[in-house]
Design a binder for this molecule. Structure first.
Ligand code: SF4
Length: 277
């Protein structure tokens, strides 16, 4: 198959999958987000063709049922992973739409989840496993920017700098601790205890940008989040102009321009209405 044919297949499969999910879940994406999601898949294939082509088992369901939370609630841990078995080694990949810099900075959180999956795969199912890794598909801002300009040279150079594969070490001694932490989260959810991360976390830098800018600006809950409010307003008695900036901040100018143009280009414009009729 030529590269062009593969890209066409990827796009067709993506569109089919999207339509199925849209009909099943009743949620549609705006055109810019849909195009960004397709770009993630295409960039993943271009960056890691060996993994994308050689994965032996895709979307393997991993499950640890019949667990009990500290408050005796019953819960199961489930996950979906991809497995690549080669002659001399086996890899387990957890594909995420997360930001690679964020994953690297919070390795311990990802380690916990993947360690439990490894425990199920290797310890309970008795399967081979040598490496585990997260594939973080969120495209870095520089690559997104290059894609927006359509400058092939820049796209190539930014794709080369991007590293979506983050290997996670396996540590059996963290497994019990992690299952316990999952149980604590189950109790917090069931008890309706939801708290956002602290202001200090929002001020932490990830890949040169603060969490509050890089992550929160993409969060639909930000206008009802007290940590984000403190982060964006910067003071307990904000000025009117600070408040205006907070409400109107839809992200970096280039991003806003990109999604506005995408959505306008692909929106169905209603027929002109004859107001004199
Ligand atoms: S704005 Fe969203 S992502 Fe940011 S801290 Fe609040 S809930 Fe979390």
């Amino acid at each position: 198959m030529t590269e062009e044919e593969i890209l066409k297949e990827i796009e067709e499969a993506f569109n089919l999958n999207y339509e199925r999910l849209r009909l099943e879940g009743g949620h549609a994406l705006t055109e810019d987000i849909k195009r960004l999601a397709l770009q993630m898949v295409i960039r993943y294939w271009k960056k890691m063709p060996d993994v994308a082509e050689k994965v032996t088992d895709t979307e393997v369901k991993i499950s640890l049922p019949e667990q009990r939370s500290p408050k005796r609630r019953k819960f199961s841990i489930e996950g979906i992973v991809d497995i690549l078995k080669e002659e001399d080694e086996t890899w387990m990949y957890d594909i995420k739409t997360h930001d690679g810099k964020y994953v690297e900075k919070h390795l311990r959180d990802y380690e916990k989840q993947l360690n439990v999956y490894s425990h199920i795969w290797k310890g309970l199912r008795g399967e081979e496993l040598d490496h585990t890794a997260v594939v973080a598909l969120s495209l870095p801002p520089q690559l997104r920017d290059a894609l927006r300009t359509g400058d092939e040279k820049r796209i190539e150079s930014e794709t080369a700098k991007w590293n979506p594969l983050i290997e996670i070490p396996f540590d059996q001694k963290h497994v019990d601790e992690t299952i316990k932490e999952f149980g604590q989260v189950v109790d917090r959810i069931e008890d309706n205890v939801f708290s956002p991360p602290t202001l200090a976390t929002l001020k932490e830098k990830i890949g040169g940008e603060q969490f509050g800018t890089r992550i929160c600006l993409n969060c639909d809950a930000r206008f009802s989040c007290r940590s984000y409010r403190k982060f964006a307003l910067g003071s307990s008695s904000p000025t009117i102009s600070a408040f205006k900036k907070y409400i109107e901040d839809l992200g970096p100018e280039a991003d806003v321009e990109g999604w506005t143009t995408d959505n306008l280009e692909h929106s169905e414009i209603p027929e002109a209405v004859d107001i004199e009729a």
